[in-house]
Design a protein around this ligand. Structure first.
Ligand code: S3P
Length: 438
């Protein structure tokens, strides 16, 4: 599937974007492990989260949709059933890594597979600590999928300092920790998204978080029962980021995005853009477990910055959009300590640099970052053909970048936009973006 996008001007409108992907995965998982009926509203119906729903159905959980709500009949921590076939996680790194944590503790074996992109992503980062806990889990020789899990007697708690800044690894071990015989202690030196911690608390699972000077210490322990809950999922900040970007870079634009999750561990993009001079306003909307806001973004003159490396983990998924903003800012923007970008749905440093090259932007690619020479407030990208390499966020960031080209732009390989933002084209049209999928 390809997207064709025309130059933009005067984007206006109030939009609602789909549910948060990270929160949706965790909601399905915890509701499945709870005992009894949980209701989930606002679940992201993107392919990634639907893959999680399918996996739990294969593990014997009844999940149905009534009107706009998902109804999950949780089976309890010990109630999952052995799957007949390998469990297919499609494109979803979050789903496979988080689920591996709880599957490693079951009394049955399982095989975890995914699509070609997911099959090339690193799994050793979960295999190592789960093995330390006593799990019987192996990957391919390269430390990738398929993961093969065999039952082990019981999991031991570990004290583990995360070697990579990864909420997926942290959450995988938190799920395994629910089954370990004692207290699992996880130290993260770079603070990553804390949706698992928040949702554990929502499900009355004890979790202790100590904020130390240089790190976070998270403790979870073995639990016997999880009570069901009703969960309301807010809009995904990562999906909202494309429309924030659209408003900022398109002349004469103002867009309001309703009810977006603004968890402090997710909004590095907002801080970075404000530092560049972006006109972004937050109107507090509410949210108890996860804070939410209405976000208003307006056309802005951006200037290049040296990105504070402390923000990288909190805007890791927004980097493709950030690179587009930097390319249209006045002056140079420097991004470092971002080598995790190379392990995402694509090598996002490499693939984004190819996109910037096609757009006519000058940059210097480094091993763990990039230096981008912004074209400035009057600058325009060259109309181009961009290959997203099947990466949803690159496809969406490049589509929005196309609003500032001198002629129509085509983005190739866009099917995977459905993994996180199935109605992207419709929402684009709501604010006046001329985009077609062919
Ligand atoms: C996620 C964590 C991040 C992020 C991903 C979602 C999560 O991955 O990039 O899109 O929901 O925990 P890493 O843990 O690999 O950084």
């Amino acid at each position: 599937m390809q997207f064709k996008v025309s130059q933009g001007k005067g984007l206006r409108g109030e939009i609602t974007i789909p549910g948060d992907k990270s929160i949706s995965h965790r909601a399905v998982m915890l509701a499945s492990l709870a005992e009894g009926k949980s209701k989930i509203s606002g679940l992201l119906e993107g392919e990634d989260c639907l893959a999680t729903v399918e996996v739990f159905k294969k593990l014997g959980v009844s999940i149905s949709k009534e009107k706009e709500e998902y109804i999950v009949e949780g089976k309890g921590l010990q109630g999952l059933e052995e799957p007949i076939n390998p469990l297919d996680f499609g494109n979803s790194g979050t789903s496979v890594r988080l689920c591996a944590g709880l599957l490693a503790a079951q009394e049955f074996s399982s095989t975890l597979i995914g699509d070609s992109s997911l099959s090339s992503r690193p799994m050793q980062r979960i295999i190592d600590p789960l093995s330390l806990m006593g799990a019987d889990i192996t990957g391919s020789e390269d430390g990738t999928l398929p993961l093969k899990i065999q039952p082990s007697d019981s999991l031991n708690p570990i004290t583990y300092s995360l070697p990579v800044a990864s909420a997926q690894v942290k959450s995988c071990l938190m799920f395994a920790g629910l089954y370990a015989q004692g207290v699992t202690e996880l130290e993260e030196r770079v603070i990553t998204r804390d949706h698992t911690e928040r949702m554990f608390k929502q499900f009355n699972i004890p979790v202790e978080i100590n904020r130390l000077k240089e790190s976070n210490l998270i403790k979870v322990e073995n639990v016997k029962h999880i009570p069901p809950q009703d969960i309301n999922i807010c809009g995904d900040f990562s999906s909202a980021s494309f429309f924030i970007l659209a408003a900022l870079i398109t002349p004469d634009s103002e867009i309001l995005i309703r009810n977006v999750g603004v968890n402090p561990s997710r909004i590095g993009f907002l801080h970075a853009l404000r530092h560049m001079g972006a006109n972004i306003e937050l109107q507090k909307a509410g949210g108890s477990v996860e804070p939410t806001a209405n976000i208003i973004a307006r056309t802005s003159d951006l200037k290049g910055i040296t990105l504070n490396t402390n923000l990288v983990a909190n805007m890791i998924d927004e980097m493709p959009a950030f690179f587009i903003a930097a390319s249209l800012a006045d002056g140079v923007t420097k991004v470092a300590e971002a080598k995790e970008l190379r392990t995402k749905e694509s090598d996002r440093l490499q693939v984004m640099s190819e996109a910037l090259n096609s757009f006519g932007v000058k940059f210097r690619l480094e091993r763990d970052g990039i230096l981008i020479n912004g074209l400035g407030k009057e600058g325009k990208f060259k109309g181009a053909e961009i290959d997203s390499h099947g990466d949803h966020r690159i496809a969406m960031a490049s589509s929005i970048g196309s609003l500032r080209t001198d002629s129509e732009t085509t983005i190739l390989d866009c099917l995977n936009v459905d993994t996180s933002f199935p109605n992207f084209i419709e929402v684009c049209k709501e604010v006046g973006i001329e985009i077609e999928s062919i």
